[in-house]
Each structure stands twice: as structure tokens, then as C-alpha cells.
Design a protein around this ligand. Structure first.
Ligand code: SF4
Length: 363
């Protein structure tokens, strides 16, 4: 009996022998420009999967597949490397059908300028001043604006735009009447005390423990006011408590993307006998290096550790939006327990310990 070949919905321009390893794929138009970049732990299954079941439900992806006539793949040895490569290509090449990550080239920061006698919080597009503290990036304006307002209210920081020239003849604005500003403009608070408030604002933004301690103190004050039947005072403290609790809901976006720690990450390479060394210096992902695991690898590890130590001296305290994307991916991968590689915390281990650890892990 003659066998009839089953019709496949996969177009002939999609190679049948795509790799089954993790990696990055790109659908391209007739001139080779990338239309859409993605990553998968199994390239063949992912790419061919676009065409089964009547094609993608997503109208944008369906349109993209009508234009595409080439697909290229770049195998990696690990999912983390695929994630980093995908993010890098989307940010650099800006394929028109990728929505995620493209806007990550821009972001917002909360800024506190220490160079001002009476600092206030600002939402800015770029960290550009020395003598200022930055928190971010945030991927939209609404969150930093809300966080700014909460912190201002909690520590009674000024929210006015004009520079402050203290003058006891001035009448403070309504913010002071509402108990939301200590009014340095009218000399109701001195420079030193106001700067202590600004310090508290910076710590609230970056230090969850400080925020929890403050919650405990405010709770005690509220309870003490209640015990004395000072219900107005208790209500004031309760309002501060509510703001502090709301601020905690934003804690996950206030966290430093990469933290202060440095890592050497070793991943399986795409080719047998190779490994990929991915150094991370104080949260910033540095250039990767593919090495042979058969010979000379301890020297390569030593070089990577040295590169991290040098970079630690130079990396900025706040990352740019573009730098923060790979940092966030590495952070998530570490939180997942480094599923497809080995991560060594270089804030705890020196180079020799790192080499011994990798030797035990891979040999
Ligand atoms: S009270 Fe004075 S310092 Fe405070 S917000 Fe109003 S104008 Fe600014």
C-alpha cells in the first residue's frame, strides 16, 4: 500500500533540522531584517510550534509570520545564555514585532540631590548628577511618582519645586498645615534636622529593614496615643502606617536589580567540552567568555575573577535601563536556584575557592 505523506502546516522555508538545544531564534523578512526575536529551551519545538494548531492566536504574531520568509537560530548551551542573548538582540536590533523589552531603553529614576541644602525627591529620566542618590530604573512614570509622594508624606519632606531660602517671615504652604512638610522655607525646621529627614527618605527607598523598624516605631506611637485617648494623634500615626504599608507593596521594584553582590556564573557551552563564563560585578553583567573545559580553564576562571574585581571598582551605583535588563535576568535566574549552571558568590569566595568549587561541580 502506498504511504501518503502527511501534510505539515510548517512552511518549507523553516528548516526541518533545527537544533533541539536551547537558544535564540529570529524570524526575518526577505531582506534579512529581524521581525521577531525569541528564545526557547528547545529551538526546533518552539519555531515549528508557531505553525501548528492553526497558527498563533496573537494577531501581531500571525501578521509577522505572513511577512517572514527566513528563520535563523543560534544555539546556546543554557537557558540563561539564551535569555541574555534574546534581551540583547531585542534592545539592540528593536525587531518591530517584539513588544517586551523594547521600551527598556528608557526608564525613570527617583533622584535625591545631596548637593542641595534642602533636598527634595524628583522623578527624572536619567541619572546624570554627581552628588545625587538615584533609585531605579522604573519602566513607567506612575510608580516612581506614587513612591515619591508616599515617601514625602512619611518623612514630611518638602514637595515644592522652588529652591528653599529659609525666611521666618514666610508663611508655609498648605503642606505644612496638613502635617506633610516640616517647612524649612519658614525656618520651622533647621538644616541639620531637615537633612536627617532626607537621609530617612533615602533609606526608606533602599532599605526594607529600616522601613520595617519605622513601622514598629509608628505602631508603638499610635498605640501610646490611643492609650492616652489622643485619638487625633493616633489617627495621624495610623495614616503614616498606611503609607508605610503601601510603600512596601513597591519594595520589589525598589530593590536594586543586581544587588551589591558579584558573581561568577559558569554555564554549559553550546559545543561539547566548552563552558561559558559569565561574570557579574556588583549586579552589572559583564561580557561573557566561551572556554574549553579540557585545558587551561583555571587560568580563564582566574582572568574572569580578576575582571570582576577591576569592574567592581568602576561600576556605577545605579545601572542604566539597558544595563538593568540582563541584571534583572541574572537576578531571577539566581532566585530560581541557578537551574542550568553554577553560580559562585564572589563577595564570599576568593579566586582559589572559586576554582575548587567549579572543579567539584563540573569534573
Ligand atoms: S511648607 Fe514650605 S518647604 Fe514645605 S512644601 Fe510648602 S513651601 Fe515647600
Amino acid at each position: 500500500m502506498r504511504r501518503v505523506a502527511r501534510a505539515t502546516p510548517v512552511p518549507e522555508w523553516v528548516p526541518a533540522d533545527l537544533p533541539t538545544s536551547p537558544g535564540v531564534y529570529a524570524f526575518r523578512d526577505a531582506s534579512g531584517h529581524p521581525l521577531y526575536v525569541g528564545k526557547s529551551v528547545n529551538l526546533r519545538r518552539r519555531v515549528r510550534g508557531y505553525f501548528y494548531g492553526g497558527g498563533p492566536d496573537n494577531a501581531r504574531l500571525a501578521e509577522m509570520l505572513r511577512i517572514a520568509c527566513v528563520v535563523t537560530t543560534t544555539p546556546t548551551g543554557s537557558d540563561l545564555e539564551a535569555r541574555l542573548e534574546e534581551a540583547d538582540r531585542i534592545i539592540q536590533q528593536r525587531p518591530p514585532y517584539n513588544k517586551a523589552l523594547k521600551r527598556r531603553g528608557a526608564g525613570y529614576y527617583l533622584e535625591l540631590r545631596w548637593s542641595e541644602p534642602f533636598p527634595r525627591l524628583r522623578v527624572v529620566r536619567r541619572p546624570r548628577r554627581t552628588g545625587a542618590r538615584y533609585v531605579g530604573p522604573f519602566w513607567g512614570r506612575r510608580t516612581p511618582e506614587r513612591v515619591k509622594r508616599l515617601v514625602e508624606k512619611i518623612v514630611k519632606l518638602r514637595s515644592c519645586f522652588e529652591p528653599v531660602r529659609p525666611d521666618s517671615a514666610l508663611t508655609p504652604c498648605i503642606q505644612h498645615d496638613l502635617g506633610l512638610c516640616t517647612a524649612p522655607c519658614a525656618r520651622r525646621v533647621g538644616l541639620d534636622r531637615y537633612r536627617t529627614q532626607a537621609e530617612a527618605a533615602a533609606r526608606l527607598l533602599t532599605d526594607a529593614t529600616f522601613s520595617w523598624d519605622l513601622q514598629d516605631r509608628v505602631t508603638q506611637r499610635r498605640d501610646a496615643a490611643s492609650a492616652k485617648l489622643d485619638f487625633e494623634g493616633a489617627a495621624v500615626q495610623q495614616a503614616r502606617l498606611d503609607w508605610l504599608e503601601e510603600l512596601e507593596q513597591y519594595r520589589f521594584v525598589l530593590e536594586d536589580e543586581g544587588g551589591d553582590r558579584s558573581w561568577l556564573i559558569a554555564l554549559p557551552g553550546a559545543v561539547d567540552g566548552t563552558r561559558v563564563l559569565q561574570p557579574v560585578a556588583r549586579g552589572q553583567v559583564l561580557g561573557r567568555r566561551v572556554i574549553s573545559w579540557d585545558s587551561g580553564w583555571p587560568d580563564a576562571v582566574e582572568d574572569a575573577c580578576y575582571a570582576i574585581r577591576v569592574a567592581e571598582l568602576r561600576v556605577p551605583t545605579v545601572l542604566s535601563p539597558v544595563q538593568s535588563v540582563p541584571s534583572l535576568m541574572v537576578k531571577r535566574w539566581l532566585e530560581e536556584g541557578s537551574p542550568d549552571g553554577v553560580s559562585i558568590d564572589l563577595t564570599r569566595f576568593d579566586t582559589e575557592e572559586t576554582i575548587r568549587h567549579l572543579d567539584r561541580s563540573f569534573n
